[in-house]
Design a protein around this ligand. Structure first.
Ligand code: SAH
Length: 290
């Protein structure tokens, strides 16, 4: 969460390697592709296996949502290739990324494909893995903390809570044609008290309207969690009815969460409490004390 510049010394890289050895983690062999999640932003949320991969890789293809601080762990001389889709002219097509992964692996490189969050959650990791499988390239999937889980934890919103929801649903607001996917809104509205949307900022007014038409209450709490787990994290709590308006001034990346569990943030905003140098009272009710 710190905004201080980070310097990595060879000793730290070695420490990561030793730790990986101590745990008997698999070696990253030449000619392999590791498809790994970097977590939602805070570098502390990368896994040990993810770190191990960064330290050993010959080439790292990383996405826009990967915290670039993590790349400092790559060994000197490792090739770092930006493969994100958010920077206009430099944006890469999915087919080009898959082709690059295959050709680097065939050239005997240790190829790390590093993606934000978890590689298999709304991140096209499945498509890339299928291309590798088709090409006969050996690969390993390294899971990561997905934004919908890590981001909500940093927002002080429990994903499930016995008093509010026994079900949670993760959805994307962005179909392959860029439009809102065609969901069965009545089933979603009835079936899952808590809904977590990825890539939904552009369509959030429409999403809220569909959910209200399908029976969800106008005053149900909802939150927009922007830049989750990063130092610029912002959380706006609103209602389903006001969600579209609240999203007008929000910027990507952001998660939308809808459900009664959002209300728990009032008492569980541990990060806000830290930032404001306040202490949460350690009793069961988590009353704030100054
Ligand atoms: N594979 C990623 C998701 C990629 S889709 C994962 O598992 O997290 C990209 C969407 O993820 C963004 O549009 C946003 O909705 C969400 N997202 C990713 N990182 C985020 C962050 N730090 N804060 C808020 N939302 C984030």
């Amino acid at each position: 969460m710190s905004t201080e510049p980070v310097t990595i010394h060879p000793a730290e890289r070695l420490a990561a390697k030793r730790l990986a050895d101590a745990f008997g983690l698999p070696s990253f062999d030449p000619g392999w592709v590791w498809l790994a999640g970097a977590g939602p932003g805070d570098p502390g949320l990368v896994t040990l296996l993810g770190l191990h991969a960064i330290v050993q890789a010959d080439v790292v293809l990383y996405d826009a949502l990967v915290n670039e601080t993590l790349l400092k762990l790559a060994r000197p001389g490792a090739e770092l290739i930006y493969a994100g889709k958010r920077r206009g002219k430099n944006s890469c097509r999915q087919a080009d990324i898959s082709r690059t992964l295959v050709s680097l692996a065939r050239n005997g490189k240790r190829v790390l494909r590093l993606k934000g969050g978890d590689p298999f959650v709304f991140g096209r990791g499945g498509e890339e893995a299928l291309s590798l499988a088709r090409a006969g390239v050996a690969f390993r999937i390294v899971p990561g903390v997905t934004a919908g889980i890590g981001g909500l934890a940093y927002a002080g919103i429990p994903l499930t809570h016995r008093d509010t929801n026994h079900v949670v649903t993760f959805l994307t607001g962005h179909g392959s044609d860029g439009r809102l996917p065609e969901f069965d809104w009545v089933a979603i509205a009835k079936g899952s008290p808590t809904l977590v949307f990825y890539m939904a900022l552009a369509h959030v007014g429409e999403i809220a309207a569909k959910l209200m038409q399908a029976g969800r209450a106008r005053d149900e709490p909802a939150a927009i969690v922007g830049d989750a787990t990063n130092s610029a994290q912002s959380v706006r709590v609103t209602t389903l009815e006001q969600l579209g308006r609240a999203a007008e001034t929000a910027s990507a990346p952001a998660l939308i969460v809808i459900g009664e569990n959002v209300r728990l943030r009032e008492r569980l905003d541990w990060l806000g409490a830290l930032t404001n140098a306040k202490m949460l009272h350690p009793d069961a009710r988590m009353r704030e004390v100054s």
